[in-house]
Design a protein around this ligand. Sequence first.
Ligand SMILES: [Zn+2]
Length: 326
Amino acid sequence: MSYNRDNFVRIKNEYLDRNRRAREEAEARASEINNLFPEIREINNEIAGYGLRCLEAAQKFSGEKLESELFRLKKRTEELTAKKARLLAEKGYPSDYDFVKYKCAKCSDTGFCGINMCDCMKQELIKAGIDSSGISALFEKMNFDTFSPNYYDSDNLQKEQIESVFSYCKNYADSFNCNSENLLFVGGTGVGKTHLSVAIAKEVTEKGYDVVFKSAQDLISDFEFERFHKSYSDVSPAKTDKYYECDLLIIDDLGSEMTNQFTVSCVLSLMNSRINSGKPTIISTNMTPDKFKTYDERIASRLNDFTPFLLHGKDIRSLRRDKWRK
Ligand SMILES: [Zn+2]
């Protein structure tokens, strides 16, 4: 699993900031009470010297004598801490007023517990992943819970077919990994291609994978921008990098974009790169195999690496997987 690179860098920096701010705010509160109440300042100074006094004791004593000295120092510090809490309460302050208050006590707002990423940072990365998937607004409307095979109940065969596609997709999302297979949804408008793609995107994103969902038209616009409109002095990362790098790319409605040599070469290069590196892609389209061949023979042939699902009525119901094989 790889979180979106930009999100990771941004969130890691936010954690560094958050951790620094929590410590600075605690220092400011400590100065405030130290200035207002000299008796608390004295206690704080003594507590701050605890570590040093333990070291001095270790140099001076050994064995039982050292143990009893360390016990005495510990006890003294506990008494001072309790006294300070009492004094703060008397003056109307919470007893932990000058403690560092981290949003996450588990990782002290560092995002990591040892070498492992803290759950709080994982959650933030998942949330950011949902935003950067490009379709967060659709997740509520289009998910596995809101998909109903009953829409198809006018025709039992269609209903059976959509139920089996649905459970295949659900299973695909549940067991998704960076080397999952490629899927191809074929069918006319309103047969559930986008709904199933978004439902998969939602589940896979929530697992922490980097998912990008784009209409073919928007995807091509980004390639056009990089090729024809980006200034040579602009060294920012290409808008199209994410299409090559993400864990799961979903191209919605392939074939709806204006087709020319440039658009075809972009789609082909992207498909080749993702297939060669074993990264899964989902494509939805209303083009039948024959139409695909007119769109581009090479792209049609790369679709042999996809598992096709035909979501529709009579005209394409008879198509079977082997029809996509050469
Ligand atoms: Zn945490």
